[in-house]
Design a protein around this ligand. Sequence first.
Ligand code: GRF
Length: 211
Amino acid sequence: MQLAVFASGGGSNFQAILDAIDAGRLHATVALCVSNRETAGALERARSRGIPTLVLDPRDQPSPNEYDRTLLTALDRHGVTFIALAGYLRQIPSAVVTAFRNRIVNIHPALLPAHGGPGMYGRHVHKAVLQAGDRFSGATVHLVDEDYDTGPIVLQDTVPVLDGDSPEDLATRVLGIEHRLYPVALQLFSENRIRLEGRRVLIDPVSASKK
Ligand code: GRF
């Protein structure tokens, strides 16, 4: 699996992916790190390991077509076979979704389909969970389609919402499980164990020969 990781922020999920690769829990190579922000911590993490980076803000591109072309060319040039969004705050152009159909995943810091969609990122998500009075929150790894947070769900894990939680408390608790969940989900793709039946993601058991 030749992975491109897209990140706009600090990149702690990106780091969890790198750690899982180093530990042999994820059989993948990060071939490219893409960000829309020059100051993204994720870029620093990539550069310190000699991973190629691409900084590309769709808002600075001469046209949407030009943006699509630049992105697709870079993905092709680096031999990318799979894309992981890790705190990437821009929509993936439909040309890229089409070219990488069912080979793009995102991690969302809540239990989708609740608390997703446009504007639901970072603190906003955890605030919405608290306002809704949910007893549980969690993390969702899902396939990426043309909309925000609507693709089929691959894996989820939960954390309790505790009395007195602030959005930041909840964010910290959820991030803890994200770091575990995301590499596990990616490894399932790397082992080719994910199948889609309509909107249901089915996970093939490990074959006896591989045990
Ligand atoms: C995570 O909470 C992730 O679920 C969301 O954005 C945040 C990124 O955090 N999509 P980090 O940059 O990986 O630390």
